[in-house]
Design a protein. Structure first.
Length: 202
């Protein structure tokens, strides 16, 4: 397996909204990937302090290219937050190979169970039917394993939406399989990251 590199961003404010800050970091990654096609689908996010209450007070970025990660770490948002004393940022470091693998998955099926999403899909079904009397049936409720909601703003529409993220164990390493938010998905993107411990960056 080729080498992987990573850096970590720690959120300093005690009362800060970790999920919100994570969303802004992911938005920064999204913009960086859109501007740097060479890095597309190769940088994944990890949450070293993932827990029940939140994604934790840190986010890590992992990939096979040290150069691309250094470029990401110097993005204006990260520089600004570091200068204002809100973020601690590590340098880019080579990661050990013996770490367990995990996958942070954007599960869009979860979003489809929420009321607003259901309403939009039912309205589309009515429009497709061409009949005002048509009443689509809502599918039965589903249960999902534990997940976190990470708010993020679309760069194009400026509309806020939510990434529903779950942590899963990964059976094998996949270094080039992330979506444009640095996450795996249920089907197409199966990227994995090391189960990172913050002591690796101390």
């Amino acid at each position: 397996m080729s080498c992987r590199y990573g850096f970590v961003v720690e959120f300093i404010p005690e009362s800060g909204d970790c999920n919100l800050l994570a969303g802004r970091c992911i938005k920064t990654l999204h913009g960086f990937l859109n501007a740097n096609k060479n890095a597309a689908n190769s940088i994944g996010v990890a949450f070293p302090l993932w827990g029940i209450q939140s994604v934790g007070k840190a986010i890590a970025f992992v990939g096979p290219s040290e150069k691309e990660l250094v470029g990401l770490s110097y993005q204006p948002y990260f520089s600004m937050m570091k200068e204002e004393g809100l973020f601690n940022m590590s340098s880019v470091k080579k990661l050990p190979k013996q770490l367990a693998e995990v996958r942070f998955v954007r599960n869009q099926t979860i979003a489809k169970t929420f009321v607003a999403s259901k309403r939009r899909r039912m309205n589309r079904a009515i429009e497709r039917s061409g009949s005002d009397s048509y009443t689509p049936k809502a599918s039965e409720e589903r249960e999902f394993d534990f997940f976190h909601c990470i708010p993020i703003e679309s760069k194009c529409s400026q509309q806020e939406f939510v990434l529903h993220v779950q942590k899963q164990d990964a059976l094998e390493v996949n270094v080039a399989g992330f979506n444009s938010y640095g996450l795996a998905t249920n089907q197409r993107w199966q990227g994995s990251v090391p189960n990172i411990d913050l002591t690796l960056f101390s």
